[in-house]
Write a protein that binds this ligand. Sequence first.
Ligand SMILES: [Zn+2]
Length: 278
Amino acid sequence: MPQGDEQEPPRRVRGRLRQAMTPDPPAAGTAVAPHDWRAARFMVIVAHPDDADFGPAATASRWIDAGSVGRLVCCTSGDQGGEDPELDPLALAATREAEQRRAAAVVGYDEVRFLHQPDGALANELPLRELLVREIREFRPDAVFTHDPEVLFYRGSGVNHTDHRAAGIAAVDAVYPAARNPMAFPNLARAGFAPHKVRRLYLFWPGTSTAWVDVGAAIERKIEALRCHESQLTVDSAFEQRMRDWAAEDGRAIGVAAAEAFRAIVIDDDEDTPAPTE
Ligand SMILES: [Zn+2]
């Protein structure tokens, strides 16, 4: 029987995500400015369909509205995300891919890529890293959003799904050093996928938050995107309010109405290596 949040009732999914998404509030009296750096091109790498929409969907929407180009990469197609052991996993995967494509259109991604890795059995091994390096070198993002791989236990209670941790560390390892190293997977460079430097990582559902993005009205786009995952979620008024409450809670860290919190990792500082112009 599969295990993890993908198989559990939405209420428990939301409870766990809330624990993961709870930001560390700034120390009393400490003024924190909204995070205002924006990538011209960004990639979101997640384990399952719906992770990106619970994760950085509002930030992605806001950045895309401001002119960024975003792409979504799902390592699995969520083929264990059900309650019925008689269910055909391939049929469920097709349903979840279709749901994720609709949600991605709401957010505004240019494309969704599915790597078709096994749900519940994702592993940070060389074949997955190579697939991710290929995606990164093709799309050439300035920033990559992914799961915080260092979160094993959520604050309070709950275990972070093994696929979330595996996707997060695989994405980090693909970003640095493999994507930028010409001698990593030389078959890719020989096939035309030239090395590429991703400048920043944004880890969502972070253990320790360091950056809060003011998402404003984009929280409504996040809710609309979540509404597309009909096989997993019932987006009723209580769910909608919960999402708005979470965003408001994150927003209080920077004094705005709605925010998303991340652990931001700068790999190439703009002062040392000027960012490419948009
Ligand atoms: Zn997930």
